[in-house]
Design a protein around this ligand. Sequence first.
Ligand SMILES: COc1ccc(C(=O)Nc2ccccc2)cc1NC(=O)CCSCc1cnc2[nH]ccc2c1
Length: 269
Amino acid sequence: IEQPVVKALHLGMFEIGKPLGKGKFGRVYLARERDHGFVCALKVLYKSELQTARVEKQVRREVEIQSNLRHPNILKLYGHFHDSKRIFLILEFAGQGELYKHLRKATRFPEWKAAQYIAQMASALRCLHGKHVIHRDIKPENILVGIHGEIKISDFGWSVHAPGNRRNTYCGTLDYLPPEMIVPRSPGNSYDEKVDLWSLGVLTYELLVGEAPFEDTPVMTTRRIARADMKTPSFVSAEATDLIKKVQQHPWVLKHCRAGETSTDLEST
Ligand SMILES: COc1ccc(C(=O)Nc2ccccc2)cc1NC(=O)CCSCc1cnc2[nH]ccc2c1
């Protein structure tokens, strides 16, 4: 079929609604599919922009990764289509929007609420890691909230199949980066799914406290991450602090951790 017809065919399928946001590479609109009234989010990516940023392969990889990801806490990518200039991603619409807006409004969440979110994140990560996909960009800005208050990990703009090598320079907040993506220790700078666990620890802290644990000037943040010197305010329960410390194990510490040795021994070494 001629391109214009394909475009008409696909775009014609959708009524385009209000803009939902602007991502790194594209704009997102609320959309409703005509025949069944199915509501979704339509993300428009310009091929020219993707080419300049040399990420068109990344989009292809993502579409392939996500087409077989089915999990209530992972934002669905239903499909995609394109015309001569643009690629359209048909994404699940999360009815309660972005998690970080809820967090800013509430300043911080009570532990029962944070615990629910983190449990859902852990379940989503188990699914991703089970398919050897590392998200690499877990932070409140990339988490949406569904109509029933459940969270949806999204924006896999940085996901890779494990083991990842730090190829593209990371442009984003340092707060969520684990030490091994900052301080190259492991040979060849390769890292594995544990980078998402480190970020889960940072996310747990941020949901409970309202700011990231190592928030500081970029230099200080880098140093504090490498030393994992995190102080938790008194209102954070001992159990929550213990959970964060356990999840935020430095991967190289875990690698040396022999069976039966508890993390405290390792901390003393
Ligand atoms: C599975 O999800 C995604 C998969 C891939 C990409 C992507 O852009 N990939 C890419 C692009 C270029 C180069 C390389 C890779 C993005 C997403 N997801 C989002 O972008 C989330 C916000 S759009 C949806 C959405 C839903 N529900 C909402 N409710 C309120 C706002 C809102 C916004």
